[in-house]
Design a protein. Sequence first.
Lengths: 365, 278
Amino acid sequence: MKIYLVGGAVRDSLLGIPVKERDWVVVGSTPEEMIDLGYKQVGTDFPVFLHPDNKEEYALARTERKSGQGHKGFVTDVEQSITLEEDLKRRDITINAIAKAENGDLIDPYKGGEDIKNRVLRKVSDAFQEDPLRVLRVARFASQLKYLGFSIEKQTLKTMKSISQSEELNTLPRERIWQETYKALKERNPEEYFKVLIQSEAIYKLVEKKFDINLKILEKISTEILEPEQRWAALATNSDCDLDVLNRVFGVPKKVRELCDILGRLIHFDINLKPEEVRNHEVLGLIEEVDGLRRNSRFIKILKILDAYNHSDFQLKSTFIPWEVLSKQLVAVKPSSPELKDKEVAKDIRLQRLKIIDQELKKNG
Amino acid sequence: MANYAIGDVQGCFNELLGLLDRINFDPTEDHLWFVGDLINRGPESLRTLEFIYQMKESCNLVLGNHDMHFLAIAEGLRRPFKNDTLQELLESEKLTIYIKWLRCQSLLHYEKIDCEVGTKVYLMTHAGIPPHWSWLDALEASQEIKETLSSDNLHIEYLKNIYGNLPAKSETNLNRLDRLRLNTNYLTRMRFCKVDGELELKIKGTIDDKPKGFKAWFDHPLSIQNENLHIIFGHWAALGGKTGISNITSVDTGCVWGYKLTAFRLEDSRVFSYDRIN
């Protein structure tokens, strides 16, 4: 048996950027042999093993043949006779289809090295179009590598479009879509992911109608907002598209949907108000409804998005209410006297909080 | 920087300017506390309101009965009285702005102030605080009114409802509208009452005109009172600015009735005044 380093690790080391994780391909072996050697089998769809010591992933070389719809509609073959070249051929883009032997030799039958040099994202073969997930994956690689000058090769983009026009995309589980989206949102240019989804028309298939998504906002705020959940909220809340539809299509989990909801409410709270028309009880009501006092750190994280909007050049109507200063002061309120009865304490704290809101609003008036 | 409590202006705009000049008012440093009744009966309601609106960042104000009356007229719920002087204001193109602004004001304002004799809490309402109210009662009552009056859904019902002298005192099981009317009367119209808060709203005049069994509200022992609290009010011009009680100050000195407009400096309790012109 022979073992090769493959995928992202080879690509990233050739690019000279930090390697995140290392994946290996094992050629000329069998599951039984791997288990005998002490590897622990993990995959269920195809045999993947964890190294007994370093827990890195080792997969038996395999081929895949389309047998049905979607990302999982494949028959895999892990015959001992399958070659490294055959295994590399089933991969998505050429820069991910380079292998490195134990002696350091590169095996690069699909000229991934050349594409790295030329900064091109190119499909390995026509089998590319068999898996709809690849549209999202290529979009994600674009978001990851844009800053190095990568762009998608024409024919590959065309193939992505034809996948988008088929019904295949809608067979992807929403959780899987969110997984790719979430990874892309962590990257340096998250807006590029969505740009590619638009160029490849995938997004229109997913959302089922034309709409505007505010990529400039995402690009701007991403320089100071690094968490993917907040980046999503910043994007989704400011796009000309039904928020619920967007969240559903991208499989956005409840936790992140809540962020969107809170952000939206904060943005819209004082949109038609003059400073002197802001009601103290409505400010307190909103903060309490979004649990901004009990979960103050989450609330403050959301407020950072509003700051980022303000720092960006966009003339977004943003709130003039000093939510962060306010919420911190409101959290700190203690009963004004130890002699208050239980029933009075809640009243007293509420009235103190309303007073603080009045004072802060006045300062900002 | 200083804080000045100013008595009922009631549209006496020139006297207000004269008084501010006398105290060397600096809008970037000083704060004005208006005890309400900014407008009506005097000659220049519009200019007075315009002026205070433009300086609103340096002003704290509480609403008085005349301000409420104006809101009710402006909303088409009442007709002006013969001696009202609100017409010019009602025809102003900025009327809706002023209405909205006034509707968002309080009936009670308080703040800690560092005075020469130490820190005091100053509390201002238009008419006073009834004897039976605790600190929390006062804050709660004024907050409920503020929430109602500032609400786009509730303010009409509220302004329709506040006219009337009954109920005369707090009882358990008062319904919401009766409670709002009574509390509005306490904060904007009260003069004489009993120690349990029973109001007598028909009698005006001086302290000596008190009806049998009633006293000026501040002549009762007040539940809210403590050594650091200083109450400021207006509304009752016939008192001539005197209550006889050191930490309860009346600043209405009847400017609109031909006397003078008064400013009370919170930091050192110094009184400034400006006589009615003519």
